[in-house]
Design a binder for this molecule. Structure first.
Ligand SMILES: Nc1ncnc2c1ncn2[C@@H]1O[C@H](COP(=O)(O)OP(=O)(O)OP(=O)(O)O)[C@@H](O)[C@H]1O
Length: 381
């Protein structure tokens, strides 16, 4: 069974042509629960047919509400919804070609794997012989063919999760909705099932809408991600766009970034920050900037530097702390001049070069394009 991010990338590249999939369109979707809680403000979203699309955000931001509206389990207070180009805002759940996999599996523990998988087909009135063929095909597909007679309460968490997936897939929906399906699993199994889920989606060519609050999981799985906060989409983009170019402070923090600095003064491309004066690629309008630790180059102060003559930001620092992580090394740096006591974090891949020690003087070099301006919340791209 595959278990690395490389496998995920390979799975993405091996994708068959779409068998059946539907696009999804959301326009002005608002949800206000009785009692006045506004779970979604005004959500506009276009999800492509066959896309692996992820809703990412903290607890309570409205992810599940949005999924329930797609499934037809909740009605929006305003706005409209299309699946496969057809208006379905008023369509009841069982008439939408949509299936949902929940975090809690929602399996019948006393029934066999076969009967659990067959349940949805039975409800849809699929006859015995065809039902058996389809159950067998999907059980083999998720590598549980040998376990079809077992009772569900005799299986591991990972196996149960695969059955929940099989039960949704066997109905061949155009759209599969997945609400934190892997969050109950331990880290190793979770990574394996991430790969399996992505390969399944690629092979079947279905549209997947996946909910998670784990940014790494979102990045490894998704074609595109929508980051939500307080019922408002903050940014929609590819994993690379959302991680490398977060549009605002919320997205940058949620994606796990540390080197974020307030901008106290600005003049065209020059800005003043707690780590000193920096030059950006273009005039900075944001109140904060992000400098990703892995974009910083470190060298001895007296050396030539990485690219002599290039317009770089050069900061002289002292190594305060060093964290050796095997594949990379994190340095926490104190600025020698122009700084106001702020710490700059640099992460250097460990390619066998000499490591700096605590107390060493170093020169940190930052390209203008790696000074990322963060705008106000609520802006999308
Ligand atoms: N039935 C309900 N009645 C009233 N308020 C609700 C109801 N369901 C959800 N909410 C509120 O709506 C907001 C969004 O909830 P939702 O479950 O969509 O968030 P979420 O992002 O899925 O959170 P989590 O990751 O914790 O599941 C929260 O403030 C929640 O308390």
């Amino acid at each position: 069974m595959p278990d690395t991010a490389t496998d995920v990338a390979a799975a993405r590249q091996q994708g068959d042509t779409a068998r059946r999939a539907s696009s999804i369109g959301l326009k002005g979707i608002r949800k206000e629960y009785p009692g006045g809680v506004v779970a979604l403000e005004s959500v506009d979203l276009q999800i492509g047919a066959g896309e692996f699309f992820t809703l990412l955000g903290p607890s309570g931001c409205g992810k599940t509400t949005l999924l329930r509206i797609l499934a037809g389990l909740d009605e929006p207070s305003a706005g409209s919804l299309t699946i496969g180009g057809v208006a379905v805002t008023e369509t009841p759940p069982h008439k939408r070609s949509v299936n949902t996999v929940f975090q809690s599996y929602a399996l019948f523990p006393h029934l066999s794997v076969r009967d659990n998988i067959a349940f949805g087909l039975k409800m849809r009135g699929v006859a015995g012989a065809e039902r058996d063929t389809r159950v067998k095909r999907i059980a083999d597909f998720i590598q549980l063919g040998e376990l079809v007679e077992r009772r569900v309460d005799q299986l591991s968490g990972g196996q149960r999760q695969r059955i929940a997936l099989a039960r949704a897939l066997v109905c061949e929906p155009d759209v599969l909705l997945l609400d934190e399906p892997l969050s109950a699993l331990d880290a190793g199994l979770r990574r394996k099932l991430q790969v399996e889920l992505l390969r399944t989606q690629q092979r079947l060519g279905m549209t997947f809408v996946f909910v998670t609050h784990d940014q790494e999981e979102a990045m490894v799985m998704s074609d595109r991600i929508a980051v939500l906060n307080d019922g408002v989409i903050q940014q929609i983009g590819t994993p690379q766009q959302v991680y490398e170019r977060p549009v605002n402070l919320f997205v940058a923090r949620f994606m796990g970034h540390d080197n974020i600095f307030a901008v106290s003064a600005r003049h065209e491309r020059r800005i003043t920050t707690p780590i000193g004066e920096l030059t950006g690629e273009r005039p900075c309008h944001g109140a904060h900037v992000l400098i990703r630790p892995e974009t910083i180059e470190l060298s001895a102060p007296e050396s030539e530097g990485v690219e002599p003559g290039k317009p770089l930001n050069r900061l002289f620092c002292r190594v305060e702390e060093r964290f050796y992580r095997g594949n990379n090394v994190e340095y926490r740096l104190a600025l020698e001049e122009g700084g106001t006591g702020a710490t700059l974090i640099a992460e250097i891949s460990n390619c066998g070069e000499r490591l700096f020690r605590v107390g060493d003087r170093v020169r940190a070099e930052i390209y203008p394009e790696d000074v990322v301006a963060l705008g106000d919340e609520g802006s999308t791209s």
